[in-house]
Design a protein around this ligand. Structure first.
Ligand code: ADP
Ligand code: G6P
Length: 485
């Protein structure tokens, strides 16, 4: 890996930890969930940098700051918390971020709540992040802002007089123009993005969607495609370089963590509990983008179409609670629970339950043990920026495991050749892919998974950070070399 800048500052909506209460009411720290944290945590540990984000708690709280200070010693980088009021959480986090941008950018505009009151709070909270950055920033700091909650941060930093080079990475997809046009704040969002010096997307498709929107909606912007990365030129501001950088994991670290003696024990327990049966695994945050109900229906269709598989196959579906204060998420939880009980009610036989449903954040060792034990992973989002679970399973799963992957996950751009790709809306097609997975000859399975591993080893999280920082022309001192297109 290239040398990281002396002072790397990651700014994301959430810190990589969340504050939870122990049984006796005292606050404690636990890791936050989601792909963003999984990917960036090892980078910041190495850089010993700074992470700015929300602690997930309600108000300014002395104990949070003390806990974070204490955690710095064990984590190896410093963290500074943003405090959000109840209203900010409602209008900025739940509202603009997760009831507008999140569903729209995942092509699910019917789930959007375009409440006109949300935008001002989105701007205000982005300003709050910018003010905290300004407090902790020095000339040799590279500021790298993450994800859709913080699109306006560069704009706010410019207004505070900070002229530093700032990078931005969008972890979620960027939609097609026909969908983006529906956003009432479409010009503000594009202009906010163009305040960054470097913009990173997950896939070529996201990048192209963005460029098409810029061309159509910002007539003063010009796109120069002569260099390695396109440059967006604009009379009133610095050029913005754009590229796609598929995010990844640290495969070495995952492999090592998946083979400790504790994980060995858990793995044996799982395999013993499911002896003689194929284990199919699904792992997702509770989110309507993940296609969980369609997946459950596909599993049910498999049992219906191929009754000989009954009692020989089980689906373990892990769902991590997420954003339950939004009604769409609370409703989804109900839908999933109902489907699981209907399917189990219909097919369960003595000693065999078709779907094992786990609704909680599993300890990492247990998650890794499930990866190792699963004969196939069924990863079928309706749309996903990348989907790191796919990469984690490919690396930690058995040497003859099978990855079944939605063609609408960013990961499919890299992994489709050696996985069974499915259209997640096609219930029977997904059921057929499951059948193909459990009947695929062993040698073929081994070959595919080894090719997947090879690709993930090559394009790991360090490749991602290197490529992004090289595109940003960041030197170790944190200063920026003269931009070359
Ligand atoms: P998203 O970012 O939308 O949540 P990803 O698949 O990219 O989706 O990332 C999910 C991350 O959350 C993965 O790194 C995975 O290891 C982690 N994770 C998933 N399930 C659990 C769980 N039950 N407990 C802890 N971490 C989990
Ligand atoms: C996805 C998003 C992240 C987000 C994570 C967890 O990975 O890209 O920005 O942090 O989900 O969601 P939450 O709303 O709990 O932060």
């Amino acid at each position: 890996m290239q040398e990281l800048p002396n002072r790397l500052m990651i700014v994301s909506n959430r810190l990589p930890i969340s504050i939870a209460e122990q049984a006796d009411g005292t606050p404690t720290i636990k890791p936050a969930s989601g792909g963003l944290v999984t990917a960036l945590d090892p980078i910041l540990r190495q850089a010993r940098g700074t992470w700015i984000g929300w602690s997930g708690t309600n108000e300014a709280d002395q104990t949070v700051d003390q806990l974070l200070e204490h955690a710095t010693n064990s984590i190896g980088y410093s963290m500074h918390a943003i405090h959000l009021s109840q209203e900010e959480q409602e209008k900025f986090y739940l509202g603009f971020s997760n009831e507008i941008i999140w569903p729209l950018f995942h092509d699910l505009q019917s789930r959007c709540n375009f409440d006109p009151n949300y935008w001002t709070t989105y701007e205000q909270v982005n300003r709050k992040y910018a003010e905290t950055i300004a407090q902790h920033y020095r000339d040799d700091t590279y500021i790298w802002v993450q994800d859709y909650q913080l699109i306006n941060v560069a704009c706010e930093l410019r207004q505070l007089g900070i002229d530093a080079h700032i990078g931005f990475f969008l972890h979620i997809p960027f939609p097609h123009i026909d969908i983006f046009l529906k956003l009432p704040w479409r010009e503000q969002i594009l202009n906010g993005l163009l305040e960054y010096d470097l913009l990173g997307f997950q896939t070529n498709r996201d990048l192209n969607n963005f460029l098409i929107c810029v061309e159509a909606l910002l007539p003063d912007a010009e796109i120069d495609r002569a260099g390695e990365y396109p440059l967006i030129l604009h009379a009133d501001r610095n050029p913005t370089k754009v590229g796609f950088f598929p995010i990844s994991i640290d495969p070495q670290e995952f492999r090592t963590a998946a083979h400790t003696s504790n994980v060995d024990i858990l793995y044996s327990q799982i395999r013993e509990a499911f002896a003689g049966r194929k284990i199919i695994l699904g792992v997702d945050r509770l989110d309507y983008t993940k296609g969980i109900p369609d997946r459950l229906q596909a599993f049910s269709a498999l049992l219906e179409t191929y009754p000989e598989l009954q009692q020989k196959i089980s689906l373990t579906q892990v769902v991590v609670p997420s954003r339950e204060d939004i009604s769409e998420y609370a409703d989804l939880k109900q839908t999933i629970q109902q489907l699981v009980s209907e399917i189990n009610g219909k097919y369960t036989k003595i000693g065999w339950v078709p779907i094992h449903y786990i609704f909680r954040s599993l300890p990492r060792e247990e998650l890794l043990a499930y990866y190792r034990a699963a004969h196939a992973a069924l990863i079928t989002p309706l749309k996903d920026g990348m989907n790191l679970v796919a990469k984690e399973y490919a690396v930690c799963g058995p040497d003859d495991g099978v990855l079944i992957l939605s063609e609408f996950a960013g990961a499919a751009m890299q992994l489709s050749e050696h996985s069974l790709t499915v259209n997640p809306y096609d219930i029977n097609g997904t059921a057929q892919a499951l059948y193909n997975a459990v009947t695929m000859p062993r040698l073929e399975r081994i070959e595919h998974i080894s090719k997947l591993r090879h690709s993930i080893n090559q394009y790991d999280i360090y490749w991602w950070v290197d490529t992004f920082l090289q595109a940003a022309n960041v030197k170790r001192s944190g200063t920026i070399e003269q931009a070359s297109g």
